[in-house]
Design a protein around this ligand. Structure first.
Ligand SMILES: [Zn+2]
Ligand SMILES: [Zn+2]
Length: 197
């Protein structure tokens, strides 16, 4: 469910050079239907045009074989170097593989749920830590949606938010992810409205 806002005036948010966001599977097959997301993402971010594109499966150069995890920033570089994605202004990947980021700020627990730079071109979300031992596919789907909306928020200019219910609150655990909502809080929405691309 989306409890998002409806912009009072669409003209207040203009993505003048925005050609679209590519949403895609990265690495092996996902247990999540990406097709569910474009319409929801377009409601979160007005005038956002989202296309689900072909997967990028070869991410071998991003693996750390000792850790058995993939370096999130290296995956972002792989995505940004894909010729097939050159026409897209932004690229958001979703992977079933486990991610890490050696930056002390990012990788306190030895893994990351995802990474995206503020207003950056690319982002990556991992579903690896979102299934846990719970059988509910609805719970899993909601977690994936929240992490995708979170990284999308960074890509369009939102930083972390101190509001516990806001999807831009930084999750340290799946418990944090479950506790927050799947939408941007009023404060984040007003920041989004003021942003110009
Ligand atoms: Zn974040
Ligand atoms: Zn917020």
């Amino acid at each position: 469910m989306i409890l998002g806002w409806k912009p009072q005036s669409r003209s207040r948010v203009t993505w003048s050079t925005f050609e679209g966001l590519a949403l895609l599977q990265v690495g092996p097959r996902l247990d999540f239907q990406l097709d569910k997301l474009p319409s929801l993402m377009s409601r979160m971010v007005p005038n956002l045009n989202v296309s689900v594109t072909s997967p990028v499966t070869d991410i071998g150069e991003a693996i750390d074989t000792r850790r058995g995890q993939y370096h999130s920033t290296r995956i972002m570089a792989i995505l940004e170097n894909q010729n097939s994605l050159a026409k897209f202004e932004k690229i958001l990947g979703v992977t079933p593989m486990d991610l890490y980021n050696p930056s002390p700020r990012a990788d306190g627990g030895g893994f990351v749920f995802g990474e995206a730079r503020l207003r950056g071109r690319s982002g990556i979300v991992s579903t690896f830590r979102l299934s846990g031992d719970l059988p509910s596919s609805l719970l899993f789907d909601n977690r994936v949606k929240k992490e995708v909306f979170h990284e999308l928020g960074h890509m369009v200019g939102l930083d972390h938010c101190s509001s516990l219910g806001c999807v831009m609150y930084k999750s340290e655990s799946v418990g944090d992810t479950d506790a927050k909502s799947d939408h941007y809080c009023d404060s984040c929405q007003s920041i989004l409205r003021e942003l110009r691309h």
